[in-house]
Design a protein around this ligand. Structure first.
Ligand SMILES: Nc1nc2c(ncn2[C@@H]2O[C@H](COP(=O)(O)OP(=O)(O)OP(=O)(O)O)[C@@H](O)[C@H]2O)c(=O)[nH]1
Length: 310
C-alpha cells in the first residue's frame, strides 16, 4: 500500500469517527463502551461526559457508580454472551444510577470492538419521569384496592371481603379437615345511642368498638363490619370452644369500653352468636345465618352475652 493510499484511508477513518462522534454526542442518552474483561471505558458520549465526567480510559465500575469496590453485582456482562462466549443479543433492563439517582432504561449488547476484543455497549435513556408516574399509578391502584376492601368508618374489612375470604377459608378447610368458626356480633340497643346522642356519636361508638376487634383477632382471621352495627368474624382452624373464649374476651373488652360525649359517658355492650363448621361442607352464607340465629337468642335472653348455634 502506497503512503498516499494509507493517508487517504486514515483520513476517511478519521472523518467517519468524527461523523459518528457528532451523532453520538447529539443523543439525549448515555452511550458508552467498556472492555468486558478489564472494565475500561473506551468510549463515552457527550451525555455521559456531562454527568460522569471524562471517564474514557477509566474503570467503569469506579466512575459510573458510587461505593463499588469491585465490578458491580448488577453488571449485565454475564448476560451478554452465550454459552460459547459469542455475543448473545440485546439485554434490556431498568436501573437507578447510584451517582445521580436517575432511573435509566439500559440496552446492553456485547460487540466486537475495532481491535477484535469483546466490549460492552450500553445505551441508557433517562426514564425517571416515567418511573415517577408509574410509582404514582401503582400507589393509587393499591389505595383504590384497599378502599374497595375496607369499611370506611371503622377501617375493618367490608361485607364483600368477608364473604369472599370466608368462602376461600371454607374451601381450604374442606381439603384440610380443619374446623372453622364464625362469630356474628351486634351492638346492643344501638338505635338508642343514635337517638339520644345523634348519628355522629353513633359513628364514634362504632369506631371505638372496632378497635378491640382489630387488636384481638389473629393475622389469619377475618373481621368485617357487615352491616350498620353488625360485625362478623371467620376464624380458620378454630373449634367452637376456642371461638367461645375469643368471643368472651371481645364481649368483656366491649363492656369495658367508655365513649365520651361532652359530659356523658356512653357504655356499650354487644351480643354474640357462634357457630363452628367441622368439615367445610357448608357455605359461608349458611354458616353466617346459623350464627345469626344464635345471636338472635342471645338478644332475646337479655343481650351482652354469647350463644352457640346447636
Ligand atoms: N351512627 C350510625 N348508625 C347506624 C349506622 N348504620 C346503621 N345505623 C343505625 O343502627 C341502628 C340499628 O338499630 P336496631 O337494628 O334497631 O338495633 P339495636 O337498637 O342495636 O337493637 P338490638 O340489636 O336489638 O339490641 C339503627 O338506628 C340504624 O340507623 C352507621 O353507619 N352509623
Amino acid at each position: 500500500m502506497t503512503k498516499q493510499v494509507e493517508n487517504n484511508e486514515k483520513k476517511i477513518a478519521d472523518e467517519s469517527y468524527r461523523s459518528i462522534s457528532i451523532v453520538l454526542d447529539s443523543l439525549d442518552a448515555l452511550v458508552y463502551v467498556s472492555d468486558m474483561e478489564a472494565y475500561e471505558v473506551l468510549l463515552a458520549n457527550a451525555y455521559g461526559r456531562s454527568i460522569w465526567g471524562d471517564i474514557r480510559g477509566q474503570t467503569c465500575w469506579k466512575v459510573l457508580q458510587t461505593d463499588q469496590d469491585g465490578p458491580c453485582s448488577f453488571c449485565t456482562n454475564n448476560r451478554l454472551l452465550d454459552e460459547t462466549g459469542a455475543p448473545a443479543g440485546v439485554y434490556v433492563w431498568e436501573f437507578q444510577n447510584t451517582v445521580n439517582k436517575r432511573w435509566y432504561q439500559c440496552r446492553d449488547l456485547a460487540i466486537r470492538w475495532i481491535d477484535g476484543r469483546l466490549v460492552r455497549l450500553e445505551i441508557a435513556t433517562d426514564i425517571t419521569d416515567r418511573k415517577a408516574i408509574e410509582e404514582e399509578l401503582l400507589a393509587a391502584k393499591k389505595y383504590a384496592e384497599e378502599l374497595s376492601q375496607k369499611d370506611e368508618l371503622t377501617g375493618l374489612n367490608n361485607r364483600r371481603v368477608f364473604f369472599e375470604r370466608g368462602h376461600n377459608i371454607l374451601e381450604l378447610a374442606k381439603r384440610s379437615g380443619h374446623s372453622v368458626s364464625v362469630i356474628m356480633m351486634d351492638i346492643d340497643h344501638f338505635k338508642m345511642t343514635n337517638d339520644k346522642y345523634g348519628h355522629a356519636v353513633g359513628d364514634k361508638v362504632l369506631q371505638a368498638v372496632a378497635e378491640p376487634l382489630k387488636r384481638i383477632v389473629r393475622e389469619i382471621d377475618i373481621v368485617a363490619r357487615i352491616g350498620g352495627e353488625e360485625f362478623a368474624f371467620v376464624l380458620p382452624e378454630t373449634c367452637l370452644e376456642d371461638a367461645t373464649i375469643m368471643a368472651e374476651r371481645l364481649r368483656a373488652e366491649i363492656e369495658n369500653l367508655v365513649v365520651t360525649n361532652n359530659e356523658h359517658q356512653i357504655k356499650i355492650t354487644a351480643s354474640f352468636g357462634l357457630v363452628a363448621c367441622e368439615d367445610g361442607n357448608i357455605g359461608i352464607d349458611a354458616l353466617l345465618a346459623n350464627a345469626d340465629e344464635a345471636l338472635y337468642i342471645a338478644k332475646r335472653n337479655g343481650r351482652n352475652q354469647i350463644k352457640k348455634y346447636h
